[in-house]
Design a protein. Structure first.
Length: 276
């Protein structure tokens, strides 16, 4: 029995190491290439350690442009969007999971139908609407699309999560005199924290990397989020691949750090949802 368990653990460790290499190789390539000189990439092994490591590329990106302005814009729009997504989806999920009314299932089905709508077919209507209401070329033009297109999945996940919470806890709250709002705030919301944390990290990663809506709705450099900055740097350093990859490394680094810090909450949320 111990031999079989040891063999299973060995296989799992081997698979994990292989996956670590596969997923970590691109980030290693980006980070190491950023320390290379301009033409060193073409003179040897692309995965080789830099012959003369230099911080020139990273220094040029951090000091030679508006990189921190782009980061600030991305942090602001992602923070506000994710906050609205969590607030709206948690309230909607509580209604769908706990309250019985005649339109419950049709409305929930309508929300789920939003998952199959291709985002790109809405670009022209969203652009025209944003222009008409005067938000075009502002950072807040992204708020509506970011929230709207990430609500269906968030509502679906939280609804199924809340349906798994025992009703006895709500009934005990009702006996103590709590109404629906107080029950939601004191019982359902705290018990749904693993699911909320999972959705917060998932939506943050998705919105941090979003490019299409930002490209269509924003033109001024001062309002551009980080993905558009990468596009601009691609044109600026078109013949300097190490500089471009240094931009990509700095752009991906916040997501890597966030996931390292929040990976336990993501796994707990996924496991809790699966068990429920």
């Amino acid at each position: 029995m111990n031999t079989r368990k040891l063999a299973n653990n060995t296989v799992l460790i081997a698979i994990g190491l292989v996956w670590l290499v596969v997923s970590g190789a691109p980030f290693y390539f980006m980070a190491m290439t950023g320390f290379k000189e301009r033409f060193e990439l073409f003179s040897g092994d692309v995965f080789a350690f830099p012959q003369n490591p230099t911080f020139t590329n990273y220094k040029e990106v951090l000091t030679g442009g508006s990189f921190f302005t782009y980061v600030q814009n991305s942090v602001l729009i992602v923070f506000v969007s994710v906050g609205l997504i969590l607030v709206i989806s948690s309230m909607a999920a509580y209604v769908f999971a706990r309250m019985k009314f005649i339109l419950n299932r049709p409305l929930f089905g309508l929300v789920i139908a939003g998952l199959v709508i291709p985002v790109h077919i809405t670009l022209i209507p969203v652009y025209l609407f944003t222009r008409d209401i005067g938000l075009y070329d502002s950072l807040w033009a992204l708020l509506g699309p970011y929230v709207a297109f990430n609500l269906p999945l968030s509502i679906f996940i939280l609804t199924e999560f809340m349906r798994g919470i025992p009703r006895e806890m709500e009934e005990a709250a009702y006996i103590d005199g709590a109404g629906p709002i107080r029950t939601f705030l004191r019982i359902m919301l705290p018990l749904s924290m693993p699911g909320l944390a999972t959705l917060a990290i998932y939506n943050s990663v998705t919105l941090w990397n979003e490019f299409v809506f930002a490209f269509v709705l924003i033109t001024s450099p001062k309002n551009q989020p980080l993905p558009l900055a990468i596009w601009e740097y691609q044109g600026q350093y078109s013949m300097n691949i190490p500089a471009i990859l240094s931009v990509l490394t700095l752009s991906a680094l916040p997501l890597v750090l966030i996931y390292i810090v929040g990976q336990e909450k993501v796994l707990r949320g996924m496991m809790a949802g699966a068990l429920k």
